[in-house]
Design a protein around this ligand. Structure first.
Ligand SMILES: CC(C)(COP(=O)(O)OP(=O)(O)OC[C@H]1O[C@@H](n2cnc3c(N)ncnc32)[C@H](O)[C@@H]1OP(=O)(O)O)[C@@H](O)C(=O)NCCC(=O)NCCS
Length: 163
């Protein structure tokens, strides 16, 4: 169990590994949180491929989850999600920091992610946590009016250890 600091006034939360029996609840959150959600099969494939996947859990319920892949010293954040009713309370920041710890623990020195330009909350969180835009992938995401670019962001983890 990867304990997560719980500031006063917040319900106690902890990160734990995601298991296949979590996927019904993960999907319940996923379809509420994203206009173009992952499918159950994508989550299942990630777990079966051994990608690190974490659930942010309170004593009562699942608050959110994240999925990453780590190879050759590089981590990719593939999914970072907080249940809509729990957003805006610091859980996303704690989840992101937990995912970075997981990546660092597996030897990653740099973390990459993609985010929609139309997702200002996520962009603000990533920038605040030290991610910088390093490029764009044109027409990367499906969108209601066609396709949407992805902003590619990266963060060096090694430098943070020296800070
Ligand atoms: C993006 C997401 C993970 C953020 O989680 P959260 O728990 O709502 O965010 P937090 O409460 O931890 O906020 C952390 C920071 O994010 C930014 N932020 C969060 N919500 C924001 C909003 N509505 N508008 C602007 N910035 C926002 C702020 O910088 C905030 O810091 P502050 O509280 O000091 O101002 C969450 O909104 C989410 O799951 N969204 C749906 C799924 C998604 O889009 N995932 C990202 C895919 S790339």
């Amino acid at each position: 169990m990867n304990a997560v600091a719980s500031p006063s006034g917040h319900r106690r939360t902890a990160l734990r590994p995601m298991r296949e029996h979590d996927l019904a609840e993960v999907m319940r959150i996923e379809v509420r949180a994203y206009p173009f959600p992952w499918t159950l099969g994508i989550f299942r494939d990630c777990l079966r491929a051994g990608y690190p996947a974490w659930v942010l859990q309170s004593d009562l319920e699942m608050i959110g989850y994240g999925v990453l892949s780590v190879a050759a010293g590089e981590a990719h954040l593939l999914n970072v999600c907080i249940e809509p009713g729990h957003q805006g309370r610091g859980h996303g920041r704690r989840l992101l920091r937990g995912l970075e710890r997981s990546a660092r623990g597996q030897g990653a020195r740099r973390v990459f992610l993609e985010v929609r330009p139309s997702n200002p909350a996520a962009i603000a969180l990533y920038q605040d946590e030290g991610f910088n835009e390093i490029g764009r992938r044109p027409r990367y995401y499906p969108a209601h009016n066609g396709r949407e670019d992805a902003i590619v962001m990266a963060k060096e983890l090694v430098l943070e250890e020296w800070a």
